[in-house]
Design a protein around this ligand. Structure first.
Ligand code: APR
Ligand code: ZN
Length: 227
């Protein structure tokens, strides 16, 4: 029997750890313009503003901890009989800190950067700015957060699509379902015959595609579902 599972997470799973979501009325995109902060063109126009935004997000990671929803997913992975893949749109490191192993960050990671001059990727814990020097090519002004911005191709798509094509269970957690391609994963999972479940505070944009839904805070509904 196929017990392969794919789980997709979004900002909602980290909300109760104290990290703000994006599209809520008090979300990050209310006070910052997406075009300035989360596009390659915005970075060319105003790199200081972009660095400041992600430096603030990165510093905030030191103040937060994984919550019961992150932990429930790591525990489910450890006892899952089939193949398991956790696909997160989140750029925080709370899933890995909770113990998740089969994990891909499709929108990049706050704790990584890369160099536009030489394409070297590095880990980063401190602030980044336009004068930061690349450890590989020694040039400045080319280092940027390793975040997938609007208009850029998400990471790990081949691995994600092949896991979706073979999954029996697809669970979407804490995502508004507005940003593609992640918002379309439920359709790929349905096509593969998977049972599709939504765990979210409220109905997402794609809620009609799911077979079941449980609405409530992630720290309640996620441990309940995976129990
Ligand atoms: N528990 C469960 N769900 C929650 C909670 C909570 N405590 N708090 C908020 N949510 C839900 C909201 O109802 C919303 O549907 O989480 C969802 C968060 O949606 P978004 O802020 O749009 O975040 P996300 O879906 O992850 O955004 C996807 O868009 O902004 C870009 O690249 C960014 O990765 C991000 C992508
Ligand atoms: Zn370089």
């Amino acid at each position: 029997m196929n017990r392969n599972t794919v789980v997709l997470t979004g900002a909602g799973i980290s909300a109760e750890s104290g990290l703000r979501t994006f599209s809520a009325s008090d979300g990050l995109w209310e006070e910052c313009h997406i075009e300035d902060i989360a596009t390659p063109e915005g970075f060319v126009r105003g790199p200081n503003l972009v660095h400041q935004f992600y430096n603030d997000r990165r510093r905030k990671l030191t103040e937060v901890k994984p919550n019961a929803a992150h932990t429930a997913l790591a525990e489910f992975e450890a006892r899952c009989k089939g193949n398991f893949l956790l696909v997160t749109q989140n750029i925080d490191d709370l899933h890995e800190r909770a113990g998740s192993r089969q994990l891909v960050h499709m929108h990049g990671e706050l704790l990584k950067m890369f160099c536009l001059h030489c394409d070297s990727h590095f880990e980063i814990t401190d602030d980044l700015n336009v004068t930061s020097i690349c450890l590989n090519c020694q040039r400045s002004s080319g280092l940027r957060p390793d975040i997938v911005w609007f208009g850029e191709m998400p990471y790990h798509m081949a691995r994600i699509e092949s896991a979706l094509a073979e999954c029996a269970l697809f669970v979407s957690i804490g995502t508004s379902g507005n940003v593609y391609p992640a918002a379309g994963f439920v359709q790929l999972a349905r096509r593969a015959g998977a049972e599709c479940v939504e765990l979210n505070l409220e109905r997402s944009a794609g809620s009609d595609y799911f077979d079941h839904a449980h609405y409530g805070s992630a720290t309640i509904v996620v441990p309940e579902f995976f129990a």
